[in-house]
Design a binder for this molecule. Structure first.
Ligand code: ASP
Length: 305
């Protein structure tokens, strides 16, 4: 039975987010999540597509320096920013993804453009930036992604030789999944990756089926966490497979992945199916997240309430 005509779930990253985080900062995160949720919800409410809704929600978080995507993306080991993104349309199984781009202001817009105009699915590095320029997407200097808080975080990580994901006061990868009133699913994810990552490292986000997946036959999923783990378990597609071939409920499929297959602290994911069931699942101390639907539900959260 269908539980809602349309649903939108978002995440802004998962990690060991301290409950002692400065309340003013927490308020900024909550406001950022609410704005992204509202941007996508407005589209779904006016009969727009799941694809437009997930893109709008992700663009909103890419433009917000609170999150590790677009502006505010983490620093790699070379002290620069390399961004990954992916978008997928559950009706056509069309998808577009970019890996290791460094000058595209909104990597999710570029992923969508690639999906709609190119025979290719995934472009990487310099070639991807060049393609985006030719496609007329907005480019910025790599310094546009700079953020002092993130810079300090990188200097610390570099000193200890660690590759880090989210930690206290973290800003996370962003993602959105949606079901629209026409019954179509979509997923989108965008990230700066992991602090102090090797130059050239690609995470789960732009790999279709790992960090991002949408298929009307099953569900739409967007992941956040230690990318290598999500790649290893082909996490997003594994959830879709459990729903379709294993006849599992969305809840069972997501909880099994997060609580049993992945390791504690690996991260989390959001998912929605065509019946309007949704999941915001994580095994870290917290996950920036939100959900809204056609019944008037509108909720954002960081920790367990
Ligand atoms: N999954 C992202 C990556 O590994 C990082 C994150 O979600 O925090 O690139």
């Amino acid at each position: 039975m269908k539980t809602a005509d349309f649903v939108l779930c978002i995440h802004g990253g998962a990690g060991t987010i301290s409950r002692d985080t400065d309340p003013a900062r927490v308020a900024l995160y909550r406001a950022g999540l609410s704005a992204a949720l509202q941007a996508g919800l407005d589209i779904l409410r006016s009969g727009g597509t799941a694809l437009d809704a997930v893109e709008a929600a992700v663009v909103c978080m890419e433009d917000n320096p609170c999150f590790n995507a677009g502006r505010g993306a983490v620093y790699n080991a070379a002290g620069q920013h390399e961004l990954d993104s992916c978008i997928m349309d559950g009706y056509h199984l069309a998808c577009g993804a970019l890996a290791g781009v460094s000058t595209i202001r909104n990597p999710i817009k570029a992923a969508r453009r690639l999906m709609e105009t190119s025979p290719h699915i995934l472009l990487a590095g310099h070639g991807a930036d060049t393609w985006a320029e030719q496609a007329g997407l907005e480019l910025v200097n790599n310094g546009y992604f700079d953020d002092e808080f993130r810079h300090q975080q990188w200097l610390k990580a570099k000193e200890s030789g660690l590759v880090q994901r989210d930690h206290d006061d973290a800003k996370g990868t962003v993602g959105a999944v949606a079901l629209d009133a026409a019954g179509n699913l979509a997923a989108a994810t965008s990230t700066g990756g992991m602090t102090n990552k090797q130059y050239g490292r690609v995470g789960d986000t732009p790999l279709v089926g790992c960090g991002t997946y949408a298929n009307n036959a099953g569900c739409a999923v967007s992941c956040t966490g230690t990318g290598e783990q999500f790649i290893r378990h082909v996490a997003a597609h594994a959830i879709h497979s459990a729903v379709v071939y294993g006849q599992q409920s969305l809840e069972k499929a997501c909880q099994t992945m997060v609580q049993h297959t992945l390791q504690p602290g690996d991260g989390g994911l959001i998912a929605v199916d065509r019946q309007g069931n949704w999941q915001l699942a994580y095994n870290s101390a917290g996950m920036f997240r939100g959900v809204a639907d056609s019944s008037g539900l509108f909720r954002v959260a960081i920790w367990e309430d």
